[in-house]
Write a protein that binds this ligand. Structure first.
Ligand SMILES: *Cc1c(COP(=O)(O)O)cnc(C)c1O
Length: 424
């Protein structure tokens, strides 16, 4: 794509974009009677217009059937959760027997660790990325402490090299090699929340397995952002939230993945509950847990139908648009953002440094930009002008043009607002 920083170019690019019609399926927050320039889908995705009706439908069913809705509702609640498996499997490159939905992300990570982090005196170390999302860090700290290990000894953080912002794959590989004798688990984000770096999950998984360790991923910033092949890559387990790129509402239900290889193995230790129990005999309510031999065998509680109704409606757009098409558009649109930022910085001699990898294969749709000394003033000005982005101290602005609902015109308008700031 040959970019230009003009209204005409943005309009033409939107006209040629085969996915542009999805924007009207979302509620765009308003600012002074205009659409906000919403670049925060990496934090909370926008509301799909079909979502409310899908929730209201289940409220109606509850009103109409009471408890009998479990079997008599048009979409019976007893196995409502299965409606999510097909679309989620397509999205994550998984089998339907490898995915499930329950709780929230951090909770699910703890539950997955109960199965996949069972350290011994010899093998107890976890390799992760430095500056992981804080909740992941607290999760890791409390997990190793729970097993009687000290964070400083048990958790190996791979850091960027001096003067660099992102991780080098060879440094991840080296850390795995260096600790292979004591390694229990390699646990990484799919896309780092701060830098937007997309990790090569396939290689990380291979290296972890070569070292005799499991590979698990937090896919909060990867799900709905980049195509994945969790099954083919032999990833052991993963979990993600659904309120970021997946647009399923604040605190929405979390998804999880357990490779078939493990999911079929009902003897893997886990923290169990009745919704993971074999369906045929579940309601006999007998002692002695018998796991469903799929990822569903990790479910604890009966399904939160209203959250699942939200997620079902939101997933529909990924089924319709296709994650690979979304990825293709995201690369063009994020490339346009990069181009516009370059134009603004050269027009006004300001120093924006993109800390997200410039190589498109190493990033999703987020750009994190180190701003100069007046970065916070710029950010506040943009906020006043109806731009919704994200500020991280000391001076990083994170922006995520989301292919389902952001347009080239959004990016052009953003650039013009930046021009206005630097001209004033
Ligand atoms: C957003 C995010 C979370 C949030 O966890 P919740 O349990 O859903 O509150 C956790 N980890 C990562 C990497 C995230 O990006």
């Amino acid at each position: 794509m040959k970019y230009e920083f003009t209204a005409d170019f943005a309009e033409r690019a939107d006209g040629l974009d085969a996915l542009s019609h999805y924007r009207k399926e979302f509620l765009i927050p308003q600012h002074k009677n205009e659409d906000c320039i919403y670049l925060c889908g990496n934090s909370l995705g926008l509301q799909p217009k079909n979502l409310k009706a899908n929730i209201l439908k289940e409220l109606d069913e509850w009103g109409k059937y009471g408890v009998d809705g479990h079997f008599d509702a048009e979409k019976p609640w007893f196995d409502y959760h299965k409606r999510l498996l097909g679309p989620t499997a397509n999205l994550m490159g998984a089998l339907k027997t490898e995915v499930g939905h329950m709780n929230s992300l951090t909770t699910n990570l703890h539950l997955l660790f109960a199965s996949f982090y069972r350290p011994t005196k010899e093998r107890y170390k976890i390799i992760c990325e430095a500056k992981a999302f804080p909740s992941d860090n607290y999760m890791l700290e409390s997990q190793v402490n729970h097993h009687g290990f000290a964070y400083a000894d048990a958790v190996i953080e791979v850091s960027p090299r001096e003067g660099e912002h992102t991780l080098r794959m060879e440094d991840i590989q080296k850390a795995i090699d260096d600790h292979s004798e004591n390694l229990a688990l390699v646990f990484f984000g799919g896309v780092n929340y701060y830098t937007g770096q997309l990790f090569d999950m396939k290689s990380i998984t291979e290296w972890a397995h070569d070292a005799g360790a499991y590979a698990g991923f937090d896919l909060a910033h990867a799900a709905g952002n980049v195509p994945m092949q969790l099954h083919d890559w032999d990833v052991d387990f993963a979990a993600w939230c659904t309120y970021k790129y997946l647009n399923s509402g604040p605190g929405g239900i979390s998804g999880y993945f357990i490779h078939d290889f493990h999911a079929q193995n009902t003897s893997i230790p886990r923290f169990a509950g009745w919704w993971g129990y074999t369906e045929k005999t579940r309601f006999k309510m007998e002692h002695g847990f018998e796991a469903i031999p799929t990822a569903e065998g990790w479910q604890l509680s009966n399904a939160p139908i209203l959250n699942m109704a939200a997620h079902e409606a939101a997933l529909d757009w990924f089924e319709k648009a296709g994650i690979q098409n979304l990825r293709d558009k995201a690369q063009n649109l994020t490339g346009y953002l990069e181009f516009v930022l370059d134009q603004v910085s050269s027009n006004h001699n300001v120093n924006f440094e993109t800390i997200t990898p410039l190589n498109q294969r190493e990033r999703g749709c987020q750009l994190s930009v180190l701003t100069g000394s007046n970065g916070k003033e710029l950010f506040d000005f943009l906020t006043e002008e109806g731009v919704v982005a994200d500020w991280r101290d000391p001076n990083v602005i994170r922006m995520a043009p989301v292919p389902l609902y952001n347009s080239y015109t959004d990016i052009y308008r953003l650039g013009m607002k930046m021009e206005k700031f630097f001209e004033s």
